[in-house]
Design a protein around this ligand. Structure first.
Ligand code: C5P
Length: 237
């Protein structure tokens, strides 16, 4: 697995649509993200099938539960053979440490490299106002994101999901080798859809983020393979 890579978000409703999309890629095997919709609809077999086709997989299920439950769940995800997965940093440092233990145990049992474990700080759908009023977090959202990233680092996680604009802040606080995985990638002038703060692949590269997650600019393109290649060229150089 490359350290820097483009991850395609497979936000499709079912296996048929997903396979229809993936079969277009004959010369390359892109790193892909499987989210809740596809995973809960199709079950773990969808992960095995895509893995068997030669893709690296980021399983985006954002776990958040008591530490031992998360540990056992992570062990099962490791046995499934995912390459990257994630959890909510809000589950505490203890929960994140247990998660890492579960992933490590599973990797040892499967004889595979441990999957990268990535934390979710604050969802981009959570505004600062809601975070303060509803969650009673008396801090700015940026301070909260940095603190959660620092907690993730202390727990031994590999990095966090964040917007490209937050990536620099996270790198400053947690060091260059702490990974940042960033969605919200759009070309200037393209439709932004429901994304608010967007960055181009070239700008994401300049900011120094490690992985970009790109959905619709590739999945809805007339020629998804050409769109994927362009994103890779602009981000990876
Ligand atoms: O289609 P688009 O490029 O906007 O897809 C981005 C992907 O990244 C989607 O799967 C979306 O759920 C995910 N994501 C995001 N913003 C976050 C976290 C995840 O867009 N803060």
């Amino acid at each position: 697995m490359n350290k820097k890579d483009v991850i395609i978000a497979l936000d499709f409703k079912d296996r048929a649509e997903t396979m229809d999309f993936l079969q277009r890629f004959t010369d390359e095997k892109p790193f892909v993200k499987i989210g809740m919709e596809l995973f809960y609809g199709e079950g773990p077999d969808i992960v095995r099938e895509i893995k068997d086709r030669g893709h690296s997989i980021f399983l985006d299920l954002k776990l958040h539960d008591i530490p031992m439950t998360v540990k056992k769940a992570m062990k099962n995800l490791a046995l499934l053979g995912v390459d990257m997965t994630n959890l909510h940093c809000a589950g505490t440092i203890e929960m994140m440490k247990y998660a890492m233990d579960g992933l490590t145990e599973g990797a040892l049992e499967a004889g595979r490299e441990r999957a990268l474990l990535i934390g979710v700080t604050q969802l981009t759908s959570t505004s600062e106002e809601r975070m303060q009023k509803e969650l009673l977090i008396n801090a700015s959202i940026n301070d909260c994101i940095v603190k959660y990233a620092e907690n993730a680092k202390e727990a031994g996680l590999d990095g966090v999901v964040c917007s490209p604009l937050e990536a620099a802040m996270v790198k400053d606080a947690c060091g260059k080798s702490f990974l940042t995985v960033t969605p919200g990638i759009r070309y200037p002038g393209a439709e932004v859809q429901d994304q608010v703060r967007v960055t181009s692949p070239a700008d994401a590269r300049a900011i120094g983020t490690d992985y970009i997650v790109v959905g619709r600019p590739i999945t809805k393109a007339e020629d998804p393979v050409a769109a994927y290649r362009k994103v890779c060229a602009d981000f990876l150089g």
